[in-house]
Design a protein around this ligand. Structure first.
Ligand code: 5GP
Length: 128
């Protein structure tokens, strides 16, 4: 699906390659809906990425075109991963960047799980 502001899905994006096993990742969890692994440039003591096993460029694409069962399974995987990482008690932040203004770098929908310390304000002043 083409979502406003985003190109169509590119099979050569880095997360597609990780899903196909062409590029290694530090895996945390995998099921039929999702793959979770540690971010290569962590922004917090715990920084995981959860990606759906499907060709979705962004949250907008995923939310509008993934089957309901898949959306449900993916969201459950995120919650499970956060718990598995020991973040349930102290809390965590989920981020899903979508499009240019968010600086989405990888055009395969993904959710960041950040935790392991107090994360402070949700947004810092723009650096543009
Ligand atoms: P975005 O800005 O698209 O929301 O976030 C993309 C994230 O993917 C960034 O935090 C970046 O560090 C991470 N990333 C980019 N390439 C790789 C990679 O090859 N392996 C892993 N594990 N993370 C990556």
């Amino acid at each position: 699906m083409v979502v406003s502001g985003m190109p169509p899905y590119d099979d050569e994006n880095i997360f597609a390659k990780i899903l196909r096993g062409e590029i290694p990742c530090s895996k945390i969890y995998e099921d039929e809906f999702a793959l979770a692994f540690h971010d290569i440039r962590p922004q917090a003591p715990v920084h995981a990425l959860v990606i759906p096993k499907g060709k979705y460029v962004s949250f907008a694409d995923f939310g509008s075109s993934a089957p309901a069962e898949f959306v449900h399974g993916f969201n459950r995987a995120i919650a499970f991963v956060a718990q598995k990482l020991g973040l349930e008690e102290t809390g965590y932040r989920l981020i899903a960047n979508m499009g240019w203004n968010s600086h989405q770098e990888v055009p395969h929908y993904h959710v960041h799980i950040l935790g392991g310390r107090k994360l402070g304000a949700m947004l810092t002043p723009s650096q543009d």
